[in-house]
Ligand binder design. Structure first.
Ligand SMILES: NC(=O)c1ccc[n+]([C@@H]2O[C@H](COP(=O)([O-])OP(=O)(O)OC[C@H]3O[C@@H](n4cnc5c(N)ncnc54)[C@H](O)[C@@H]3O)[C@@H](O)[C@H]2O)c1
Length: 320
C-alpha cells in the first residue's frame, strides 16, 4: 500500500489532527467539510498546532538553560552548547511550513478522485457517515482504501453494498492523534484481509509528533477496546456527580491522584466532546443492552443545551 495522496472528511477535532499526522509523514492531504467556514476552521487548527509546536521547539533549549540557572547552577559554555545541541529544534519553521502546506481544504468531492487513502471523521451518526461513504464510493479511485474513524458504529452496516465495500474498514484514531499513537483497526464482514493487514502496515510506518503510531487489530465491536472500557468510567463519574458524591474537580483529581489516570473523566469528556461521548454511550447501550453504558441525564442535558466541552467553551468546566 503506497499512500502519496490522502483525504480526510470532516475538519473537526479529529479530522484536522489526522490530516496533520498524515502531512507530517510527507503525505499530501485534502480535507473536506460541509462549508468553507468549517474547512477554514480545520485548516486554522492545523496551522495553530504546528505554530505552537515550532515555538515549543525553538524555545526548548533556552528554557532549559534558564531553568537550570534558576536552580543556582552555573553552566559552562560547553555545557550550554551541549544542551542547545541536545534540544535543537526537531520542528523548524521551514519544516512546520511544509507540514501546513501539504494540507489543503475543499468543500467538494472531486479532489478525492486522486487519493489512495481516506479517513472519514464526520459526525458519529449512521446516516451522515453512510452519506459520506456513498459520495466517496462514487468518486474514489478503484484501489483507494477508506478508513472510518467511527468510535462505535458498525462498519459492516455503514459499508454495505458499495463498490468499495471490501476496502472499507475502521481506523479509529485517538484524541489528540498528534500525540496519542493508538489506532484501533477493524474490518467489517466484507473487508478484504489484505486491506486490513496493508492498512496496519501503512499505519505502523507513520509517526505523530511524539511516537511511532501504534495500530492494533480489533474485532468489529461497539467501542472496540478503549471506549468499551472507558465509557462506563465516564458514565459512572457523571452519576456520582449527579448524586453529589464529590465535585467534578475532586472526582477528576481522585482519578488522577488515586488511579494514575493522566486526565480525569470530566476533563477527558470535555476534550473528546460531550456530543461525541453521548453518541458513543448511546450506541454502546443500544448494542450491548447493558445498563453500565446508560447515559446519565446530566450529560444529555448539557448536550441538549449545546455545551459540548472545550470546542464550545463550556462542558463540565468552562473554558475562556
Ligand atoms: N472527539 C474525539 O475525541 C474522538 C476520538 C476518536 C474518534 N472520534 C470519532 O471521530 C469522528 C469525528 O469526531 P470529532 O470529534 O472530530 O467531531 P467534530 O464534531 O469535531 O467534527 C466533525 C466534523 O465533520 C463535519 N461533517 C459532518 N458531516 C459532514 C459531511 N457530510 N461531509 C464533510 N464533513 C462533514 C462537521 O461539519 C464537523 O466539522 C466521530 O466519528 C467520532 O466518534 C472522536
Amino acid at each position: 500500500m503506497h499512500v502519496k495522496h490522502a483525504g480526510v472528511v470532516g475538519a473537526g477535532t479529529m479530522g484536522a489532527a489526522i490530516a496533520e499526522v498524515l502531512a507530517l509523514n510527507g503525505i499530501e492531504v485534502v480535507i473536506k467539510d460541509l462549508d468553507a467556514a468549517q474547512v477554514e476552521r480545520g485548516l486554522a487548527r492545523v496551522r495553530q498546532h504546528v505554530d505552537d509546536l515550532v515555538r515549543f521547539h525553538a524555545e526548548r533549549a533556552e528554557k532549559e538553560v534558564a531553568r537550570i540557572r534558576e536552580l543556582g547552577v552555573e553552566l559552562t559554555e560547553s555545557q550550554t552548547t551541549t544542551i542547545q545541541h541536545r534540544l535543537a529544534p526537531k520542528v523548524s519553521r521551514a519544516r512546520g511550513d511544509e507540514i501546513v502546506a501539504r494540507v489543503r481544504g475543499t468543500t467538494t468531492w472531486e479532489p478525492f478522485a486522486g487519493v489512495d487513502f481516506v479517513v472519514e471523521a464526520a459526525f458519529e451518526k449512521t446516516d451522515i457517515k453512510r452519506g459520506v461513504f456513498e459520495a466517496l464510493d462514487a468518486v474514489l479511485p478503484e484501489h483507494a482504501i477508506l478508513g472510518s474513524n467511527t468510535s462505535s458504529l458498525s462498519i459492516t452496516r455503514l459499508a454495505k453494498g458499495l463498490g468499495h465495500t471490501p476496502q472499507i474498514l475502521v481506523t479509529h484514531f485517538f484524541n489528540p492523534p498528534v500525540t496519542l499513537p493508538l489506532v484501533e483497526v477493524a474490518g467489517g464482514v466484507d473487508t478484504r484481509e489484505d486491506v486490513i493487514t496493508d492498512t496496519i502496515e501503512f499505519l505502523q510506518g507513520l509517526r505523530n509528533h511524539r511516537y511511532p503510531m501504534v495500530p492494533i487489530r480489533v474485532q468489529e465491536s461497539p467501542g472496540f477496546v478503549v471506549n468499551r472500557l472507558l465509557i462506563p468510567v465516564m458514565a459512572e463519574a457523571c452519576f456520582a456527580l449527579q448524586e453529589g458524591l464529590a465535585s467534578a474537580r475532586d472526582i477528576d483529581q481522585a482519578m488522577k491522584a488515586g488511579a494514575g489516570m493522566p486526565m480525569g473523566p470530566f476533563e477527558l469528556a470535555d476534550l473528546v466532546g460531550l456530543d461525541v461521548t453521548l453518541d458513543v454511550m448511546d450506541t454502546l447501550y443500544r448494542e450491548f443492552e447493558d445498563p453500565k453504558y446508560r447515559a446519565p441525564p446530566m450529560l444529555r442535558r448539557l448536550v441538549d443545551a449545546g455545551h459540548f466541552g472545550r470546542k464550545t467553551g463550556r462542558g463540565f468546566y468552562e473554558y475562556t
